[in-house]
Every structure is written in structure tokens, then in C-alpha cells.
Write a protein that binds this ligand. Structure first.
Ligand code: KIV
Length: 303
């Protein structure tokens, strides 16, 4: 695939249904979200969803059990994000995450799922050196972990790399706007694209990754109006995080949306559950019962 693979004139057809109600596009082939499945969601399904204006949800996942829950819930795309650094591995940012770690986590998510497209993040330092380095590491995620696509950060600066990966058969999800791997260069996690010049830069970045052959692009921490404008300008789906409702899809870090992360919750995160509270209460009750000698009781003991 190259530059204009996903230009409006060449948007691919959706995958042909194997039989009614058993397709990755859901019952009757009309819905990407949910539905019975006999194969994984593909880049063609996502392109078709954009054409018919169907919004979809992406979540991060870092282990097989959680990924299985999201797969059963019908989430069509799971990202093994390098946010695993902060959300699963105990680092302060995504910067220390290694290829070995991403490979192990990605393989677990693939093993725990049947339907979702699994996208593996290329961590900091695994693709910036050269397109050849990027291809070597993307191929590793595909061969050793079994991911269906990779994600990498950067717009114009990553275009040549995306081109080589796509030409080599690696589906690429790009990531522009706020790119957390640059946290030290940015001095934090500021909103991107504010002001005319920054907005134009974001538009150029989004077009560059589409031209390079990316099948989708994450827009992170971008004013909602600008994200909606970029979404209208692109033929490939935009996946927003902190980018308003005008994107084609949304992504949230699962530990944020499920209330697992302690501390500050960013403005764009909606907490759909309080897992930290539920797990903490369960652990405290268990410890109380052990201390009080009421666990294990007869029902949980062998005769
Ligand atoms: O690593 C990650 O989880 C991400 C998402 C926030 C898009 O890049």
C-alpha cells in the first residue's frame, strides 16, 4: 500500500461476509460494533465504517483476561498501548517501555481475544532511528505477538517510516497531536493545535500520515473543532482521545475509564466504573475474614 491507498476514490470495499450474522461487521454486515464473528476485524472493516458514518470505540488492553472481557463486549479494536508503562508496569511515563515488554503484553492480548483487531504500539526508541529499524520491530510484533497492526507516533516526521511499513505489509495506525513519547521534549502533556500555526501543523501531520498509507490516525489532546475539521478532511478514520465528539472513533486507556488509576483524572476521561474501589473493598473483606477465622468456611473447604 502507498500514498493514496485510502483516498476517497480508492476506499476499499468491506470484507465479503462469509455468511449472514457471522461477520466481523456484525449481524447482516451493517455494524462494526458487537455482533457474532468468525474472524477478526480488519482495516477494510474500519474503512467501510467510515464510509457509512459508523462511530466505533477502541480501548487499551495489556493482559489476556481484561482483553477477553473487552472482546466479548464487542470492542472492535484493542490497542496494546505503551501507556502500559504508566498503567501496568509502574513506570512514570511511556518512555522506558521496551520492545520485549510490548511483545509479551501484545501476545497476551492476542491470546485473550477472538474478534478484535489488536494493534501493538511501537515504544519510544524502537522506530525513530530509521524506517528499517521500525520494520524490524513491527515485524517482531506481528510474528512473535500476532498483532494485526502497529501504532507509532508522529506526523510528517514519521511519514517515510509509515510508507515503508505499509509497503511491506504492515498496517499502521498513526498518532498525531499530543505524542506522549515526547513528554520530555514537550515539557509535559499540553493540548496541541491551539492557534493558527499549530492547527495548520496538525492538519499537515494528519494528511502526511494518510498519504503515507496509514489506515487510521489517533488525534490526541486536540481542540474538538479542529479534530472535527481534520476528520472531515481525511478519508481514513480518526480516533480521538481528548479530541471531542467529531472524530470517527474514540479511544480511552482502560484503567482510566474503569477507575483503576489513582490520582488525577484528565478532563477528557469519563470514568465508567470504580474498579479500584471494588477491588480494594474485596481485598479488605478477604483480609478481615482471614484475620477473623471466617474464611475459609465449610463451603470453601474439602471434606
Ligand atoms: O499508549 C496508548 O495507550 C495510546 C493511546 C492513549 C492512544 O497511545
Amino acid at each position: 500500500m502507498n500514498a493514496s491507498q485510502f483516498s476517497p476514490a480508492q476506499t476499499p470495499e468491506p470484507a465479503a461476509p462469509a455468511s449472514p450474522d457471522k461477520t466481523a461487521t456484525g449481524g447482516g454486515g451493517h455494524s462494526l460494533y458487537g455482533g457474532v464473528v468468525n474472524r477478526r476485524v480488519t482495516v477494510r472493516d474500519l474503512a467501510a465504517a467510515k464510509q457509512r458514518g459508523e462511530r466505533w470505540a477502541m480501548l487499551t488492553a495489556y493482559d489476556s483476561l481484561t482483553a477477553g472481557v473487552f472482546d466479548e463486549a464487542g470492542i472492535p479494536v484493542l490497542l496494546v498501548g505503551d501507556s502500559a508503562g504508566n498503567c501496568a508496569l509502574g513506570y512514570e511515563s511511556t518512555v522506558p517501555v521496551t520492545m520485549d515488554e510490548m511483545t509479551i503484553l501484545s501476545a497476551a492480548v492476542v491470546r485473550g481475544t477472538k474478534r478484535a483487531m489488536v494493534v501493538g504500539d511501537l515504544p519510544f526508541g524502537s522506530y525513530q532511528e530509521s524506517p528499517a529499524q521500525a520494520l524490524r520491530n513491527a515485524a517482531r510484533l506481528m510474528k512473535e505477538a500476532g498483532v494485526g497492526a502497529v501504532k507509532l507516533e508522529g506526523g510528517e516526521r514519521s511519514a517515510r517510516t509509515i510508507e515503508l511499513l505499509v509497503e511491506s505489509g504492515v498496517p499502521v495506525m498513526a498518532h498525531v497531536g499530543l505524542t506522549p513519547q515526547s513528554v520530555h521534549a514537550l515539557g509535559g502533556y499540553p493540548v496541541q493545535g491551539r492557534g493558527e500555526e499549530a492547527a495548520h501543523r496538525l492538519q499537515r501531520d494528519a494528511k502526511a500520515v494518510q498519504e503515507a498509507g496509514a489506515f487510521a490516525v489517533v488525534l490526541e489532546a486536540v481542540p474538538a473543532e479542529l479534530a472535527a475539521q481534520v476528520t472531515a478532511e481525511l478519508a481514513i478514520p480518526t480516533v480521538g482521545i481528548g479530541a471531542g465528539v467529531g472524530c470517527d472513533a474514540q479511544v480511552l486507556v482502560w484503567t482510566d475509564m474503569a477507575g483503576m488509576n489513582p490520582g488525577h483524572t484528565p478532563k477528557f476521561v469519563k470514568q465508567y466504573a470504580d474498579l479500584r474501589g471494588v477491588l480494594g473493598a474485596a481485598a479488605r473483606q478477604y483480609a478481615d475474614e482471614v484475620r477473623g477465622g471466617t474464611f475459609p468456611d465449610q463451603a470453601h473447604s474439602f471434606k
